[in-house]
Ligand binder design. Sequence first.
Ligand SMILES: [Zn+2]
Ligand SMILES: [Zn+2]
Length: 151
Amino acid sequence: MIKHQGGCFCGNIKFSTEYDPMLVMACHCKTCDKMLGVGTGVTAIFGEEEVSFEGELKRYSLRGSSGNQLHYEFCGNCGNNIVTKPDLIAGMVYIHVGSFDNPLAFTPKVEIWNKTKPVWFNGEGCIVESFEDNGSLERIQMLMENLDQRQ
Ligand SMILES: [Zn+2]
Ligand SMILES: [Zn+2]
C-alpha cells in the first residue's frame, strides 16, 4: 500500500513509496542553499529500492560540503530538484520533502551544518509577523511603509 507519494511541479516525474522514511533531516549547508534554492534543505531518507519513480530524471553531480560526491536528480522540464543520491551512503536516496504531495507529513529529527543555519529557522527573534495564508494586504502595507522611508 502506498504510504507517501509526490512528483515534480509539472507532473512529468512521479514517485511513491510504501515506507516511512528512515530519517528526516534538515541541512543548512551551502550546497543545499544553491541546489535547492532555499536557506535549508529538508530531506526524507529512504532505501533506493523503497521508492519507485516514473518519468525521466536528469542528473547533476557535484562534490558536496562534506567532500563526497552527490548526485542531484531533477525534472528536465520544470527543474524541480527531487532527489539527492549520496556516494557516501550508497543505496540511500534523499527525497526533498517539498516534492511530496504532503510535505507536512515530514518533520526533521536531525539538523546538520548548523554553523550556516539561517537565524530565522527556529523563529529566533527576526520574524515580527506570520500569516496563516499569504498575508497579501499586510505584506503590501509593510512594503509601502518601507518604501516611504527610502530616499
Ligand atoms: Zn517537472
Ligand atoms: Zn545540505
